[in-house]
Design a protein around this ligand. Structure first.
Ligand code: HEC
Length: 132
């Protein structure tokens, strides 16, 4: 019995060691998987948000299939600056994309925009929605 106790401790020690190695390995793979959460600045660049480079791409990929062209949905035209600015000024653009109560949630029948894209739109609107 007196010999088994130190062995038992060694075994526990080995278990703890292999356990922490396992934990390390699984934790480091988590870091790679969730880079956008760990390094939001490098993935979601909101430092220089401009209409032409940040906002227009979001609208053309998520909105303008319905809100572009000659017969835009609900008469809301989002493929021209004038049309977009109008919806910014009346509060509907932010209300719709942020899924605020009493606005029709946009994109219609689609997933809510990513938080990165919402940040870009919010920052651009807060800057006065310039045509830059
Ligand atoms: C599948 C077509 C479709 C897409 C995609 C779409 N919309 Fe709409 N949108 C509509 C329709 C139709 C309406 C009229 C209201 C309704 O039917 O819900 C509307 C209404 C709106 C309104 C007015 C909301 C209100 O409550 O007054 C805004 C602003 C708007 N859309 C912005 C957007 C933006 C921004 C996007 C992209 C992020 C987008 N829409 C994507 C079809 C679409």
């Amino acid at each position: 019995m007196s010999n088994q106790t130190p062995n038992g401790k060694k075994r526990i020690g080995a278990w703890i060691l292999s356990g922490s190695i396992l934990l390390l390995v699984s934790t480091s793979s988590c870091y790679y998987d969730k880079a956008e959460i760990l390094y939001p600045q490098t993935i979601c660049d909101t430092a220089a948000v401009a209409y032409s480079t940040a906002v227009t791409p979001i609208l053309s990929s998520s909105c303008n299939s319905c809100h572009g062209g000659s017969i835009p949905s609900a008469g809301i035209k989002l493929d021209t600056y004038t049309g977009v600015k109008q919806q910014v000024d009346n509060g509907r653009l932010w209300g719709a994309v942020s899924h605020a109560a009493s606005y029709s949630p946009m994109p219609k029948n689609g997933n809510k925009l990513s938080s990165c894209n919402l940040d870009k739109i919010r920052i651009w609107i807060a800057a006065g929605a310039p045509n830059n």
